[in-house]
Design a binder for this molecule. Structure first.
Ligand SMILES: Nc1ncnc2c1ncn2[C@@H]1O[C@H](COP(=O)(O)OP(=O)(O)OP(=O)(O)O)[C@@H](O)[C@H]1O
Ligand SMILES: Cc1ncc(CO)c(N)n1
Length: 267
């Protein structure tokens, strides 16, 4: 077997364990990767919403990155909640220094509960500073609309157009997630330099959707070192997420949108 990939999540916390850095670590472990973390923000949140955010000073996020990456290089990096423009710039600077092979950016802006996790005035920093430095971005429909300054896509045809326009902004690969559209299937659009493909999965009927975006982006980061290209890693990650949504059926956590379940074995 090839060496175990060491995968870093740079993200905020979720004490309920369903989203954020906790979801990322569970995903890494379930997929056989070695997980590492740099926390950007402590978030008081659960399945029902966010009650407070305590951001880490950008210099201290940089110190965590330097301390970690000088000892343990990451084979892949997933970036989630960053919270403000200073944190965005600190992460961009670390990418320039340490040059990890694979970087996935989930441009987290708003939690499923509707609470903002990135102020509107920091979206430009994300677009201009980070987007050109990463390999893949994984926006949902409202996030793509915010990055482009357009209305959210209302159809698959709109999604194709927006995925292409996000590439034109400098993102090398774009996975535009269609979970927010209606229908029996959840279709995401992957735009790469080779063209645009639709990735479809059955829509699981469940209210346990807390952490779907975090799980998908960290699964892609964990799987990318084991695949030849982005499309294979993204397809495998989406299959994993669909199983985690199915497994959430036996999980009863909280009074809001329950988390997906990273079921892999019973010992
Ligand atoms: N009910 C469902 N069944 C199957 N797949 C789903 C379902 N809901 C979302 N997905 C898939 O989950 C992934 C995340 O999609 P979504 O658009 O919900 O992301 P998100 O809004 O960023 O999530 P989050 O709220 O965690 O930030 C996509 O691949 C989407 O197609
Ligand atoms: C910290 C964190 N990151 C991402 C999400 C996804 O919405 C969340 N709820 N919390």
């Amino acid at each position: 077997m090839s060496a175990v990939p060491k995968v870093l999540s740079i993200a905020g916390t979720d004490p309920s364990g369903g989203a954020g850095i906790q979801a990322d670590l569970k995903t890494f472990s379930a997929l056989g990767a070695y997980g590492m973390t740099v926390v950007t923000a402590l978030v008081a949140q659960t399945t029902t919403g966010v009650t407070g955010i305590h951001e880490v000073p950008a210099e201290f996020a940089a110190q965590q990155l330097d301390t970690l990456l000088t000892d343990v290089p990451a084979d892949a990096v997933k970036i989630g909640m960053l919270g403000n423009a200073a944190l965005i710039k600190a992460v961009a600077a670390a990418l320039d220094i340490y040059k990890p092979a694979y970087v996935v950016l989930d441009p987290v802006m708003v939690a499923k509960s509707g609470d903002r996790l990135l102020p509107a005035d920091a979206v430009a920093a994300l677009r201009e500073t980070l987007l050109p430095r990463v390999d893949l971005i994984t926006p949902n429909l409202p996030e793509a609309a915010d990055l482009l300054g357009e209305e959210p896509a209302a159809s698959l045809a709109d999604m194709h157009g927006q995925a292409q326009r996000l590439r034109a902004l400098g993102a090398r690969q774009v996975l535009l997630k269609g979970g927010h559209l209606d229908g029996d299937t959840c279709v995401d659009v992957l735009a790469t330099p080779d063209g645009t493909v639709e990735l479809s999965a059955p829509r699981i009927e469940t209210t346990n959707t807390h952490g779907t975006g975090c799980t998908l982006s960290s699964a892609i980061a964990a799987l990318r070192p084991r695949h030849d290209g982005w499309e294979g890693a993204v397809r495998a990650a989406k299959a994993y997420l669909t199983e985690a949504l199915r497994a959430a059926d036996s999980l009863h956590v909280g009074h809001g949108h329950g988390p997906v379940h990273h079921f892999h074995a019973i010992w």
